[in-house]
Design a protein around this ligand. Structure first.
Ligand SMILES: [Zn+2]
Length: 728
């Protein structure tokens, strides 16, 4: 390049630097975000060394954006290669029932019958290989290519879940344990929040988070920190503080990793004959094993296990991406043997992926039924968790900023079961420079009214034109018919639009005054005349809608309250109001103080209710509904409709999984018996229900002296209340 060794880089040198940085960042993205290296480790190392040499010569190039200044990139060259004592195989996958059946048939054919099959959940983590010699931790390595991994012993000392020594009276000379290091969902989300807060690409999934965490140069950070502490100087205090913070965060993340064993390699002084026996032995030695493991002697048991965790995937405290099925008996495993890649005696049944990458095409805004203006992501349609997704809410402009997404970005999209899809964050490394920031509009896109917050400090912008904004009128009408409100089949979004466009209703107040004649005036609700008919005829959709509106007139009071679109009033608050007051009139005449003291209502909702009924237009809606035959009073409930209020006045926190209940079902069950359910443990908590792998909430309960109810006593808690389950 002909440079003379001065500290000022030539344009060519800068270009070279950019090329190296791009190549390294791309490789890093492939590795961390997709877990699919785009280049080999040695190629990566040579690029990295070239970049380091260049920056050594031209220190001004070594800016904060250089991969040499961040941790991840240095990892693979620094961790020494470790050859595993016994090779770790990867598993073959089955993506559907047919592939599973094919595997089961091969096993049956190979052995002459169906053997005992061990089922376990497949943790979305990072596979590691741990060697204990004479009961002491000797080495920890990543799986790598199965033959050779990277030494992570130094970092593993901070992982509490991997004990320093085995707890056994009869210590084996040698045992090589395989398992998964992973983050619980709770820790994963916390770490991604931290990532985003510091402007770094969030991890696509817990596996990548675990990989990134395990690859931190904690050793180097420690040395750096010590160097800084030793060198005195006026500017070093701030540096020491920064280094301390970074070191503590790195170590803290390691400590937050969990570990679960899922296999055994080399061993001396251990006599085990099956996978399940191995787990029992390891558990006795203090090694964490999965409590969800089950052995089935028939194929239907295996299928039930798979179906169970497909349904309860998100009740597990960590992400799972499938179920692993293994022939339990070691002798039978040997009989089946391995292919060059994978054992024939095991298979991973994979659930559909739930985090995908797609392009953020635009960020548009939606005006809701209470005027709230919400930005949402418009994406290239993509299949995730069994459905095609092209839109996801972004909640508010601050959430857009927090996620750091730009229009045009590649983004990570997560969809968990029936939960609404969520944009996690951008793939910063995939940016081209053509992306642009989202700008929140200052006028309502539907009616042009200037947007405003309701009160200072609010995050949400609103369209204040509540009675005239076409978007709000439409959304409110649609909401009346929704499942949580009056559940009117036939009054969908298109029907709501047609009712307004044809002038049949001016707002929700007119809804229950319409009849068949009104609908005949609107094309959407009519059809061409058939034989022997003259003029437009009422369409089937209109008949369905009218019939369902009839049923809606006598729905329980709380549903009527939900249908009114009073801000903050959802089903829970509406039920509390209906229970307490019994009629719309009584709710409307209660003052803030009276409303606020109702359990499940509170000050904010009370104010919103009073404000809503103070509006004459709203009073008119009530009058019109009454004239339209809507029942605005609750009939007294019969005895059998009331569950015994065994938990009246009790505040419950539920943590971990409760067998037989999803989290929502468990919460609903205690709420239906009068309890208040809250998300965090405090001095006001009456009891914590702790299921399988309850986390920090359990610790908190113990430290506060809050009684803990084990999951197995949950049904008894419902039947008998707190007295029935707490020891005196
Ligand atoms: Zn508007």
């Amino acid at each position: 390049m002909g440079d003379t060794g001065t500290a000022t880089p030539t344009p060519d040198t800068r270009k070279k630097w950019h090329e190296l940085v791009d190549a390294i960042n791309n490789a890093r993205t492939s590795y961390y975000q997709h877990d699919a290296p785009s280049i080999s480790d040695s190629e990566y190392d040579s690029l990295f060394r070239e970049l380091e040499a260049l920056e050594e010569r031209y220190p001004e190039l070594a800016s904060g954006e250089s991969p040499t200044q961040t941790v991840g990139g240095q990892a693979s060259e620094m961790f020494e290669a470790v050859t595993h004592l016994v090779r770790l195989y990867s598993l073959d996958n089955a993506f559907d029932d047919a592939e599973l059946s094919a595997w089961l048939e091969r096993v049956e054919k190979g052995l002459g019958n169906v053997p005992d099959l061990l089922c376990e959940v497949k943790i979305d983590g990072l596979a590691v290989d741990i060697v204990y010699r004479d009961g002491r931790l000797a080495s920890v390595a990543t799986r790598g290519d199965g033959v050779t991994g990277e030494d992570i012993t130094y970092n593993a000392q901070f992982i509490d879940a991997i004990p320093e020594s085995l707890d056994s009276a009869d210590l084996p000379d040698l045992v090589e344990i395989r398992g998964e290091v992973f983050f619980s969902t709770e820790n994963f989300e916390r770490i991604n929040d931290e990532q985003m807060a510091s402007g770094v690409t969030p991890f696509a999934n817990p596996r990548n988070a675990a990989a990134g965490t395990i690859r931190q140069r904690v050793d180097k950070r420690w040395l750096e920190l010590n160097d800084a502490r030793e060198s005195s100087g006026s500017r070093s205090a701030a540096k020491i503080e920064r280094l301390e913070h970074e070191y503590e965060r790195a170590v803290g993340r390691l400590a937050a990793l969990g570990f679960t064993a899922h296999g055994i390699g080399a061993r001396e002084g251990i006599d085990v004959t099956s996978q399940s026996e191995t787990y029992a032995l390891l558990a006795n030695m203090g090694i964490p094993v999965s409590s969800r493991m089950a052995v089935h002697s028939d194929v239907s048991g295996v299928r039930e296990y798979i179906d169970f965790y497909a349904e309860h995937r998100h009740d597990v405290e960590h992400e799972i991406d499938g179920v692993v099925i293994k022939v339990d008996d070691f002798a039978l495993q040997s009989q089946l043997g391995e292919t060059s890649r994978a054992p024939r005696w095991a298979i991973a049944f994979k659930y559909p992926p739930e985090v995908v990458r797609t392009r953020l095409l635009d960020i548009a805004v939606n005006v809701g039924r209470t005027g709230r203006v919400t930005p949402f992501a418009v994406m290239e349609p993509i299949r995730v968790a069994g459905s095609t997704v092209s839109m996801a809410t972004l909640h508010n402009q601050y959430e857009v900023q927090r996620k750091g997404v730009l229009i045009g970005d590649m983004v990570f999209l997560r969809k968990a079961g029936d939960v609404i899809p969520e944009v996690i964050g951008p793939v910063i490394e995939a940016r081209t420079g053509d992306e642009r920031a989202f700008v929140m509009p200052d006028e309502c896109p539907e009616c042009g009214t200037a947007l405003a917050t309701e009160k200072e400090g609010d995050k949400d912008l609103r369209c204040p034109n509540a009675d005239g904004c076409p978007a709000q009128l439409r959304e409110r009408l649609f909401h009346v018919a929704s499942r949580s409100a009056l559940d009117i089949e036939g009054l969908g979004y298109k029907a709501a639009v047609a009712l307004l466009d044809c002038g049949i209703v001016a707002n929700v107040g007119d809804l229950f005054l319409i009849d068949a004649d009104d609908l005949l005036a609107c094309g959407f609700f009519t059809r061409d005349p058939g034989k022997g008919e003259s003029g437009r005829q009422l369409g089937e959709n209109a008949k369905v809608m009218l019939a369902n509106m009839d049923a809606a007139r006598t729905r329980p009071l709380w549903r009527i309250v939900v249908a009114l679109s009073i801000r903050h009033v959802g089903p829970t608050a509406a039920q509390a109001l209906a229970r307490e007051f019994g009629s719309i009139d009584a709710i409307a005449s209660a003052d803030v103080e009276r409303l606020a003291e109702v359990d499940g209502v509170g000050q904010v909702i009370a104010e919103a209710v009073v404000e809503w009924f103070a509006d004459d237009e709203h009073r008119e809606i009530i009058d019109k509904w009454e004239r339209g035959g809507v029942q605005l009073v609750d009939a007294a409930p019969s005895e059998s409709e009331l569950l015994a209020q065994t938990l009246s006045g009790v505040t419950i926190v539920i943590t971990g999984s409760i067998p037989g209940y999803s989290r929502d079902e468990a919460s609903a069950a205690v709420a239906a018996r009068g309890a208040k359910v809250t998300g965090s443990v405090s001095g006001k908590t009456s009891a914590v229900v702790a299921g399988e792998s309850a986390g920090s909430k359990l610790d908190k309960a113990e430290s506060l002296g809050v009684p803990v109810v084990p999951a197995e006593s949950f049904d008894r808690l419902l039947e008998q209340g707190l007295d029935g389950v707490l020891q005196r």
